[in-house]
Design a protein around this ligand. Structure first.
Ligand SMILES: C[S@@+](CC[C@H](N)C(=O)[O-])C[C@H]1O[C@@H](n2cnc3c(N)ncnc32)[C@H](O)[C@@H]1O
Length: 259
């Protein structure tokens, strides 16, 4: 990982609390990832029992899993009360801060899933190891997390403008891989998703709206931000592409583990 101070979980959770009402409207990439993980889970024979969505947010992934595995319920676990309050009646929710590890469940989880969460936790490598260690033999983990190599356009703009890149430091895939016991990885793929907009500001705004704007990368003054935005590379400079001129690429790691 490119380093950077650890961010405090209470700060992260406070921001997600504030963003909960607008989360669903803006979290398009998160929705797409949730659907993909749920589809992948259909191909695995996952034992029924305790299934949990770690950092469920408003519950895209838990809902997609329940739709894909009729009759199976998924616990929605999150540290943000506001995120959990938005879940429909009758769903099982649990407020818990994952930075201190998993809850003490009366039975081991047969499936742990998590999407767009691990990078918010202190020491993602340690957390990943804890999650895998909590599984019984035959239990599964399905994970999606942005990794190092995300946001090349932002890093380039900051470099060219002579400013620091204030994007959150993302975990390094190889470091995460090293935390996994031999012979347990069933799927390991890196996907790229590129979002496009009329301006760099528009590209970054959804991160604020969904509460994902806490960073360990430092702060810029308005003037420094302007310099970064001016230096943002144009993905397409033709006059017809005004609405999609600027791009932001996420590098996502999708992992399926079976103990
Ligand atoms: C970007 S959202 C992803 C939500 C959901 N998984 C999805 O894909 O839509 C990150 C979620 O992680 C939760 N989260 C962040 N840090 C956490 C922590 N330390 N403990 C528990 N939940 C946490 C936030 O409250 C938020 O709901």
């Amino acid at each position: 990982m490119a380093g950077g101070p650890v961010i405090r979980s209470d700060k992260v959770l406070e921001r997600f609390n504030r963003a909960a009402p607008s989360y669903d409207r803006e979290a398009l990439l998160q929705r797409a990832m949730a659907w993909r993980l749920a589809q992948l889970s259909r191909r695995c024979s996952i034992p029924r029992g305790l299934w949990a969505d770690l950092g469920s947010g408003t519950g895209h992934l838990a809902a997609a899993l329940e739709a894909a595995h009729v009759g199976q319920r998924v616990i929605r676990l999150d540290g943000s009360a506001a995120m959990l309050n938005s879940h429909p009646r009758g769903t099982r929710t649990l407020r818990h801060d994952l930075s201190s590890g998993l809850p003490d469940w009366p039975e081991p989880p047969q499936l742990l899933v998590s999407s767009f969460v691990l990078h918010w936790l202190p020491d993602p490598v340690l957390q990943l190891r804890r999650w895998v260690d909590a599984l019984p033999k035959g239990g599964w983990l399905a994970l999606a997390v942005p990794i190092d190599g995300s946001f090349p356009q932002w890093h380039q703009a900051a470099r060219d403008a002579g400013q620091v890149c204030t994007a959150l430091t993302m975990p390094v895939r190889e470091h995460l891989m090293a935390a996994l016991p031999d012979g347990t990885v069933q799927r390991d793929e890196c996907l790229t998703f590129t979002q496009r907009a009329a301006s760099p500001l528009r590209l970054l705004q959804p991160m604020s709206s969904i509460g994902a704007s806490v960073t360990n990368g430092g702060r810029l003054s308005p003037g420094q931000w302007k310099a970064v935005f001016r230096a943002w590379p144009q993905a397409d400079a033709s006059p017809r592409s005004a609405l999609t001129r600027f791009a932001l690429t996420w590098r996502m790691w999708v992992l399926m583990v079976k103990r």
